[in-house]
Write a protein that binds this ligand. Sequence first.
Ligand SMILES: CC(C)(COP(=O)(O)OP(=O)(O)OC[C@H]1O[C@@H](n2cnc3c(N)ncnc32)[C@H](O)[C@@H]1OP(=O)(O)O)[C@@H](O)C(=O)NCCC(=O)NCCS
Length: 191
Amino acid sequence: MATTIPAAAPAVAAAVTTPQDRAVLRDGSAVLIRPLATGDVKAIITWFEGLGPQARYERFLASIARLNDRTLAQLAQVDHQEHEALIAVTAEGTTVGLAQYIQLPQTGTAELAVAVADQWQGRGLGSLLLHKIAARARAAGIRWLTVECLASNTAIARLLRRLGPVLITPPAFGVIELRIDLGQASTTAAR
Ligand SMILES: CC(C)(COP(=O)(O)OP(=O)(O)OC[C@H]1O[C@@H](n2cnc3c(N)ncnc32)[C@H](O)[C@@H]1OP(=O)(O)O)[C@@H](O)C(=O)NCCC(=O)NCCS
């Protein structure tokens, strides 16, 4: 598969992709949380392979058997400014979680998306990734995060409420938009 990923400015990428946070999850398992390196298509493919059909549908709002080159390139094209992504990596080097945001220019808003590999759900990883990506968004001056999801996706709605007040649009074709205000303190402490 030939995928050309435009390189970000090296100085910027090197400065923000180096730090890794080791996190111990609810069940005692450990992962490293780090920014996705620009163009790291391999990490995205292993993450996607860990998602079952339902998680894929909830993440992409479509039934997807494999990521096409265009989507892969878009996901990998992080510049750590307008487009940021954090991944969770196991001791074996498998990417099991990915949270990303893409800023909408001059709106103080970024579109957020997250998914955790089926085998790693329910351990607190989704919550952790969301808190970390929200902290990065705040630091980047982003006020609102928006998430498009199925109206039936109560799990993500519940997690997002821990980041700040959430506005929900009425469903259209079973899809809603959740809008999180990062400008006010969340009522629930980060976990
Ligand atoms: C949403 C998602 C990221 C959560 O990841 P996770 O690692 O399982 O999250 P956590 O373990 O931190 O927390 C799961 C929480 O959701 C709750 N939950 C799980 N399924 C639920 C459901 N069907 N209804 C309500 N709550 C649910 C759990 O009880 C837990 O709550 P708690 O922290 O109070 O115990 C994961 O389910 C996922 O990848 N889903 C598919 C992709 C997706 O829906 N993305 C959102 C749109 S972009």
